[in-house]
Design a protein around this ligand. Structure first.
Ligand SMILES: [Zn+2]
Ligand SMILES: [Zn+2]
Length: 148
């Protein structure tokens, strides 16, 4: 499991914070409800998803800031294609090595290759993708359904 996955798993609402003893049931799309009092709770994916539903597409940095979800987790869902940040976005993550714009990840492809001497090493997990304004135009907006 990656660090982001571990954080995500640790953040899942397993017990109700409202009645404090209810067991939480998963409804899908990151939404849970309490079996005792019916209170709703969101995991990190649900928070990201709800934020994008209410505010429209935004950058990973903005999503992380507004939802309080760890940027690594936001990046993880982007990378998996579970959520999408538009190529037209004005805010991007910066490559930690060369500073170029990335839609997700920590390093751009070029830096990843240089640092790792190839794409097969551990650095690959941190590799992001640069925004490409020519793409995304005809793609679905928002995010894809994520079935757990
Ligand atoms: Zn409850
Ligand atoms: Zn770079």
């Amino acid at each position: 499991m990656t660090e982001a996955e571990e954080i995500f798993m640790a953040h899942r609402p397993l017990f109700c914070e409202v009645c404090e003893d209810g067991k939480m049931y998963y409804d899908g799309n990151g939404i849970y409800h309490c079996g005792s009092c019916g209170a709703e709770a969101l995991d990190d994916y649900g928070k990201i998803r709800r934020f994008l539903e209410e505010h429209g597409p935004d950058s990973a940095v903005a999503v992380a800031r507004e939802t309080g979800v760890d940027l690594g987790i936001v990046s993880m869902f982007l990378k998996d294609g579970r959520i999408e940040i538009p190529n037209e976005s004005s805010m991007f993550i910066k490559c930690r090595r060369c500073g170029c714009s990335l839609r997700y990840g920590r390093y751009c492809r070029e830096c990843t290759v240089e640092m790792a001497g190839g794409l097969s090493s551990a650095f690959r997990a941190d590799m992001g993708e640069r925004p490409d304004p020519t793409k995304n135009r005809n793609r679905r907006k928002g995010m894809q359904y994520w079935g757990v």
